[in-house]
Design a protein around this ligand. Sequence first.
Ligand code: ADP
Ligand code: MG
Length: 288
Amino acid sequence: ATPTALLVGTGRGAQLGILVKGPEVLESTRRVDTVVLDKTGTVTTGRLDLVEVLPAAGVTRAELLTVAGAVELGSEHPIAAAVVRGARAEVPVLPEVTGFVNREGLGVTAVLDGRRVTAGRPSLVALPESLDELAAQERRKGRTVVAVAVDDEPLGLLSVTDAVKPTSAQAVRELRALGLRPVLLTGDHQVVAEAVAAEVGIDEVIAGVLPAEKVDVVRRLQAEGRVVAMVGDGVNDAPALATADLGLAMGTGADVAIEAGDLTLVRGDLRVAADAIRLARRTLRTIK
Ligand code: ADP
Ligand code: MG
């Protein structure tokens, strides 16, 4: 390949808001046929809002929000930020917990007034049927459901939303027009993932994936013979970005994700992923 032509591609990339780690990375885009898209923070804004507070029978809203807010104070997850903000709006002073444990991709636990409190995936908590049904209803709206428990007794559910970025559906159309198969990848529940996927026009969904397993999904797709581009923003996405044939990191995301990627989409606009692939193909055609 002619280095000069590749460098011209890189310069055009900078104008489009694409930072290319080295001119040689453009070559990896040649055979890419699959684009794996992280959900939270990539397809969606990643700025979540608490929208429903659903206490169990005999529990008050304030009790549920106090426990949830207190335990989530120790977490940096976007779900935690939404829960803490929502809790503080109704419970100005949240109590302090001890023994905080972050269970990556599952939720958080801590000790409050001598009792173990949990907030996380509803599958961690044995829910009564009424709450189970409410959870299913929320998921069908594309909302993520957090279960809260004290000493394994369910205290209730919190429902959070994460809006799809206004440009995501257009980005998916552009990626398809380039002949790429989009896949939505998330640790969230299958039903939530499917609702978000439907909103942006993706029909292949891989959900319920633990953070450490995202890289295995990329490897599995590669083993099936697919050439994989991965777009992500999170600390959890870094190994998958490094393993993918082409890693595209959101410039709005975590530093480790940016370090692991081959390209950075400076503004965090998913349409630029399509621009990047288009640019790389055009640049390579010039060289041939
Ligand atoms: P994503 O792939 O959407 O970034 P994660 O892998 O970080 O999701 O988390 C997967 C699931 O684990 C979440 O949908 C949520 O149910 C649960 N979870 C993770 N962290 C927390 C937390 N701090 N509070 C509540 N639930 C959590
Ligand atoms: Mg993310």
